[in-house]
Design a protein around this ligand. Structure first.
Ligand code: FES
Ligand code: ZN
Length: 298
């Protein structure tokens, strides 16, 4: 099979697009898909500064790579959760990418080590708090991404694991002051396309999923969707776009959770970050972990 663009030998076929590409044209195709998503959802402007939340996995590293190649000023934040060899390896991969590729684009990697601030890794922390590890992790990541973005006056925070389906829209607008806007520029690409992009562009990512996520519903859904995709190419994308369609709803439709949050956000009494309660869940969590009440801001 030949590349549909330049007619040389194709390296990848994309059944859902009824197309095949050589490595170079595939890279261009991916860049165009991302540029299109950014434009059609008005995610950010060419001179916006962006913060990418990187985990060491293919999605986040590929996203950082694409944004840099498209000429965006994109820095990244990595949160080291302290999950033994998984965190060590993902940290190494992110650091390696930052030093060998991102630095040449003038981009910086910020690192937050959970153990340093909380005095314990994510597993111990979840134990102390009697909370599931993944939800403790979600609270910490969201908090640190937002804090880093706001501290660096960045307009956008990109990350991939939102807790609620309600928040899966490609653009989550900045609502109150101090709350970074969140966008998902890879929304037009399938998981297989992102993995292929990472391989073609020699991005060394961690293949292993987080060991804390094993057996989680999210992984099960992913697996089921991937099987459907293999049987019937395009299913995942149709599902996602169908979901987005539903989000553009008439005025009278009930409020989504994201809208509700945006309507009720106020600054946390302890740290000043946006929250729906008096004290944000991160400050409450840290106070509980350290066994001290959340401190009001001085
Ligand atoms: Fe959050 Fe694994 S990535 S617990
Ligand atoms: Zn707070």
């Amino acid at each position: 099979m030949n590349c549909g663009k330049c007619k040389t030998k194709a390296a990848i076929s994309l059944p859902r697009h009824n197309a095949a590409f050589c490595k170079g044209c595939f890279t261009t195709f991916v860049h165009e898909q991302v540029a299109r998503a950014i434009k059609s959802f008005a995610m950010f402007k060419p001179d916006d500064r962006i913060l990418v939340a990187v985990s060491g996995g293919k999605d986040s590293l590929a996203l950082w790579h694409i944004l840099l190649k498209l000429g965006y000023r994109a820095d990244a934040l990595y949160v080291n959760l302290g999950i033994g060899s998984y965190s060590e390896e993902s940290h190494r991969k992110v650091q390696h990418y930052a030093e060998t590729v991102a630095a040449a684009h003038g981009a910086t990697l910020l690192v937050h080590v959970v153990e340093q601030e909380a005095g314990a890794g994510i597993r111990e922390l979840a134990n102390i708090l009697h909370r599931p590890t993944c939800s403790t992790c979600g609270t910490i990541k969201r908090y640190q991404f937002n804090r880093a973005a706001v501290a660096r006056l960045l307009g956008n925070v990109l990350h991939w694991q939102e807790e609620y389906l309600d928040k899966q829209s490609p653009t989550l607008p900045a609502s109150v002051e101090g709350f970074a806007k969140k966008v998902k520029p890879l929304c037009r690409l399938s998981e297989r396309e992102i993995a292929a992009y990472a391989v073609v562009n020699r991005i060394d990512y961690i293949v292993e999923e987080c060991p804390m996520a094993k057996g989680s519903k999210m992984l099960l859904y992913k697996e089921v969707l991937n099987r459907l995709e293999t049987e019937s190419p395009g299913t995942k994308q149709r599902f996602y776009w169908g979901f987005l369609d539903k989000q553009t709803k008439p005025e009278s439709a009930p409020e989504t959770m994201a809208e509700k949050d945006q309507r009720t956000l106020t600054p946390c009494l302890s740290c000043g970050q946006p929250t729906t309660a008096d004290t944000c869940s991160y400050c409450k969590m840290m106070a509980k972990a350290k066994n001290t009440p959340a401190q009001p801001r001085s």
